[in-house]
Design a protein around this ligand. Structure first.
Ligand code: MV4
Length: 445
């Protein structure tokens, strides 16, 4: 087992990893930028190394500085968290070259799943349902036109180096195709340095339902059931829940088995998430695979009483998984609390937190790195806390979330607490009747 793990991240996920390491008797090293000098993860780790100035490019994304921090502290593994370098194949490779265990996917796996057209072709070979569409990358505009005519409009054009909606265009009729082709490729080239595009039948009003999987070094994989992440705004998840209100036992069985089949086919090691699009007829289709721990992992932990970070560390240390699948025994909801103003287009609201009163009580979990007096820096992601409630039923979990949100006091900055409180009263949300289109019709009262 590792003796010392460096956490190459910040904020709540750094705290999350440090907590499990402490429980496992593993020493921890925090890395921080000069803007994060007073951050909680710096204080809770056994050691801390400053790796640069505030900008992420010069600190949390600066591979030489992170490797140097691991070398000088003699860390034998690095946990990348999510975001930053968590799905950076070059970083995974450099860790391996320095004899430091990257607690994440191999460089080959990251590249294979990071290229969306390749990931999709791989899943299709594994026998996982995929959306009907082009065989790989579109060769030209003429090829795109021919493919769209074959699939039948509406179609969705996507950047192979993309993900999270960047470089994606919905095309409803042929007249729109050329403009979409040019603009999407330009956007993809600028964002990813790769303008490869592929095309699929457009799935109307889909749900985003993802399956958590864990694979080990013996080639075995298991699933830990689903998370419904359909409530998103501009491809940013706002709240997630498990079980999905749209799920049936048959659908869970089919999606879980497909996810395990995929993980074992690619010999996936570690924690991963397979994202599916689910249409109104409950047909499900592979969308993307994430080779990292996800922000929303706590709701899965809550309903099956499982520590996903612990499992990641054990698998990375070569310890085999039990192999059984896990099904939700409870209901859990996560609300992402961001330093943003929901009354002003969710614009960022950094600054000093003058009052902080955390909710608590039975079935309430708060994963956060902020406290009264903490100054939220403007350089990083705006999420400051994840409020998670868990209960026997969805209705009880919602009522608990309402009560916890009402208890949650943060002053000095604006937050998305009022948005979540209003969401918990929304008739369609209460009915579990929502798709990825839900936020298009939502306005703050
Ligand atoms: C789709 C789709 C409809 N049809 N693909 C959004 C980002 C990336 N995860 C893929 N996405 C979508 N792909 C087909 N063939 C609709 C979306 C989509 C979406 C998916 C999940 C969660 C939120 C979304 C918001 C807009 C569009």
């Amino acid at each position: 087992m590792f003796k010392k793990i460096l956490i190459a991240n910040r904020g709540e996920i750094a705290m999350r990893v440090i907590r499990t390491c402490k429980e496992m008797g593993i020493k921890t090293v925090a890395v921080y930028s000069t803007a994060d000098r007073d951050s909680l993860h710096v204080r809770f780790a056994d050691e801390a190394v400053c790796i640069g100035p505030p900008s992420s490019t010069d600190s949390y994304l600066k591979i030489p500085n992170i490797i140097a921090a691991a070398e000088i502290t003699n860390a034998d593994a690095i946990h990348p968290g999510y975001g930053f370098l968590s799905e950076n194949a070059k970083f995974s490779k450099i860790c391996a070259e320095h004899g430091i265990k990257f607690i994440g996917a191999s460089p080959e796996m990251i590249d294979r799943m990071g290229d969306k057209a390749t990931a999709k072709a791989t899943m299709k070979k594994a026998g996982v349902p995929t959306v009907p569409g082009s065989e790989g990358i579109l060769a030209s505009l003429a090829d795109a036109k021919k493919t769209a005519a074959k699939i039948g409009y509406p179609v969705m054009m996507k950047a192979t180096a993309g993900g999270g909606g960047k470089g994606m265009r919905a095309i409803w009729k042929e007249e729109e195709l050329e403009k979409a082709w040019e603009s999407a490729r330009q956007e993809a080239k600028a964002a990813f340095g790769n303008d490869g595009m592929y095309m699929e039948k457009l799935i109307e009003e889909p749900r985003h339902i993802e399956i958590q999987i864990v694979g080990d070094s013996t080639g075995k994989a298991c699933h830990l059931s689903e998370r419904d992440c359909s409530v998103q705004r501009r491809h940013q998840k706002l709240t997630e829940e498990t079980p999905s209100p749209f799920m049936t036992d048959e659908l869970r069985e089919a999606m879980g088995n497909a996810a395990v089949k995929a993980a074992e086919y690619i010999k996936y090691e570690g924690a991963g998430t397979i994202e599916f699009l689910v249409d109104k007829h409950r047909n499900f289709y592979f969308m993307e695979m994430n080779t990292r721990i996800q922000v929303e992992h706590p709701i899965t932990e809550q309903v099956i009483d499982y520590d996903l970070i612990r499992e990641q560390i054990k698998v990375a240390a070569g310890i085999p998984i039990s192999g059984r699948n896990y099904f939700p025994k409870l209901h859990s909801i996560e609300c992402r609390i961001n330093a943003e103003d929901p009354y002003n287009d969710f614009r960022p609201s950094p600054g000093k937190i003058t009052t902080f009163h955390a909710p608590g009580g039975h079935g309430v979990r708060l994963d956060t790195n902020v406290y009264a007096g903490y100054v939220i820096p403007p350089y990083y992601d705006s999420m400051i806390a994840k409020l998670i409630t868990t209960a026997q039923t969805r209705e009880e979990a919602i009522n608990k979330m309402k009560r916890a949100l009402d208890e949650f006091v943060i002053e000095g900055i604006k937050t998305t607490i009022p948005f979540h409180r209003q969401l918990m009263d929304h008739p369609d949300y209460l009915e579990g009747n929502y798709t990825t289109k839900f936020m298009e019709g939502f306005t703050m009262k």
